[in-house]
Design a protein around this ligand. Structure first.
Ligand code: NAI
Length: 497
């Protein structure tokens, strides 16, 4: 090749390739002067593992394989480089040797730059130095992702079809009972999010729980890794971008009911403890304080309870509250008149329900319509001294407004199994850390607020049902059912029924 034309081609290649594209024209000129173009025939080596590293390169044409030998002498492929890829950056370390061999897969050409010229450019051209640091940073990040993927596959049983995120020890026994030789679960402790999604690479099914992130970015990453089914092991699905799932051809299933009784019973447990101050009495007696001061509650019998969301859980709660001899009001956009008549529940509008109830318990799903359904205005409508119970989703309540209502002593107490920003805290042991969420910290200071860590579902019966339904959902999908043919498919509409 004519040397003039070669230099021009080398310059153009560097100008278009990061990090060289950030170099000043003087730096670029120096790099070109100490660079060259090198053609390789198919199968020819550019360099071999262990040779001294003398230059950095950019692929100008063709593709090349980087390979390295393991201790037992076996050669494995590390990556394939194609046009625009930069390599050999370890040469910047003086005395470095090649950590891999580079072989042309077809006819190829490399733009080669002498390592001492690059080192000089680093010292003299801050723009280039910054771009190189950024480039290396991105390189390290992509390597970290590759390592995570490889680690996830190490020891993978080929029968494992399901990557189960946010795995907790108490779930395992129930899932193990439902596993079989053809259907096994990979237990991943990490919560699912953009950083951990690569752990699902190669798994057709991802099993997620309430605080896993399934936004468009995560779903795109899961799709790229081959995931085609998101099997939620919970009822709520407000954490899933269903439009994104549809776009990437991923079906989403859930466990619509695993034990509505478990959740309703926990809601009532919170109510009973709060009303009769059991949580405070327990602490007092342990300290040897047998005083009754401040422990006065009220009879539930004859009082009015308001149930918002009269679905599976709401109906169980209504039945229990009726059993206490309470008058029960309910709001649901789809009133079930026959249930109401049978159990003795009066349907009414939300505002009227709040005005008339001594106890309000929330059992509606979190949707755009129900977000902050209990806000400052609605809290003000509630009776002075009324108790609010939320075992549904934190987003139903405007927490700051709730704190104001508690501070002003308008509200008599709150029992919360869910919290708007719970994902950082709930389900984790944070006892050795400082709570940096000031809203949660303030809530925890009230002696008439009882918080549990999203545990309303946590009974043996519910865990068994969750595992059985989740695995049945996966089995259907593996048997070839798709879309509407899936029994527990999540459909993209505002309100689940
Ligand atoms: P469901 O679907 O059987 O019932 C929800 C009811 O809410 C339906 O009757 C629906 O018509 C009603 N609804 C919809 N929009 C409403 C609105 N704007 N206002 C009032 N009601 C409305 O669901 P299920 O099984 O009763 O669960 C309810 C919620 O409980 C779930 O969405 C989930 O968020 C939460 N949950 C919490 C658990 C926990 O461990 N804390 C466990 C399981 C569920």
């Amino acid at each position: 090749m004519n040397p003039q034309a070669g230099s021009e081609q080398l310059r153009r290649c560097l100008e278009q390739t990061a990090p060289f594209s950030a170099a000043s024209s003087t730096t670029l000129q120096r790099l070109v002067e100490r660079g060259s173009l090198r053609s390789l025939a198919a199968g020819e080596h550019a360099f071999r593992e262990g040779e001294p590293s003398q230059w950095i390169f950019v692929v100008v044409r063709g593709s090349l394989a980087a390979t390295a030998r393991s201790e037992d002498g076996r050669e494995s492929s590390l990556r394939t480089l194609s046009v625009g890829d930069v390599g050999g950056l370890t040469a910047l370390d003086p005395g470095a040797t090649r950590s891999a061999s580079l072989r042309a897969l077809d006819e190829a050409m490399l733009a080669i730059v002498d390592k001492s010229a690059v080192r000089e450019a680093l010292a003299s051209d801050p723009g280039f130095a910054t771009a190189l640091v950024a480039y290396l940073g991105e390189h390290v990040r992509s390597k970290t992702r590759q390592i995570a993927t490889v680690l996830a596959r190490v020891g993978r049983d080929p029968r494992e079809q399901i990557a189960l995120f946010d795995a907790k020890p108490y779930e395992r026994a129930a899932f193990d009972r439902c596993s079989s030789d053809v259907l096994r679960v990979r237990w991943i402790e990490a919560k699912l999010d953009a950083a951990s999604a690569a752990l699902a690479d190669g798994y057709p099914v991802v099993c997620a729980f309430v605080n896993d992130t399934l936004d468009a970015t995560v779903i795109e990453r899961l799709a790229a890794g081959g995931t085609r089914l998101i099997a939620l092991r919970c009822a709520g699905y407000n954490n899933v971008d269903l439009a994104a799932a549809e776009r990437y051809g991923i079906d989403v299933t859930r466990v619509p009911a695993y034990s509505p009784h478990a959740v309703a019973e926990h809601a009532v447990a919170l109510l009973l403890a709060l009303n009769r101050k059991t949580h405070r009495a327990y602490a007092r007696v342990r300290e040897g304080n047998f005083s009754l001061h401040g422990l006065v509650g009220f009879d539930l019998h004859g009082r009015t309870a308001g149930v918002i969301g009269l679905g599976k859980i709401g109906r169980c709660a209504a039945e229990i509250l009726r059993g206490f001899g309470m008058r029960v009001l309910a709001y649901d956009p789809y009133p079930d008149e026959s249930f109401a008549a049978r159990v003795g529940v009066e349907h009414c509008a939300v505002d009227a329900l709040l005005e008339r109830s001594d106890v309000v318990t929330l059992h509606a799903p979190l949707t755009p319509e129900t977000w902050h359904v209990i806000d400052a205005r609605r809290l003000a409508l509630m009776k002075r001294g009324a108790v609010l119970i939320n075992t549904s989703r934190g987003g139903l309540v405007d927490t700051r407004a709730l704190i104001d209502a508690l501070k002003s002593q308008h509200l008599g107490g709150a029992g919360l199994d869910v919290y708007e920003e719970e994902s950082e805290y709930f389900f984790h042991d944070r006892s050795d850390k400082v709570i940096t969420d000031d809203v949660l910290a303030r809530l925890m200071t009230f002696n008439n607020v009882l918080i549990t860590s999203h545990q309303a579902f946590l009974t043996e019966d519910a865990l068994g049902n969750i595992a059985e339904t989740t695995m049945a959902n996966v089995r259907e999908w593996l048997e070839g059912r798709r879309g509407a043919a899936l029994t527990n498919r999540v459909v993209r509409v505002a309100t689940p029924r």
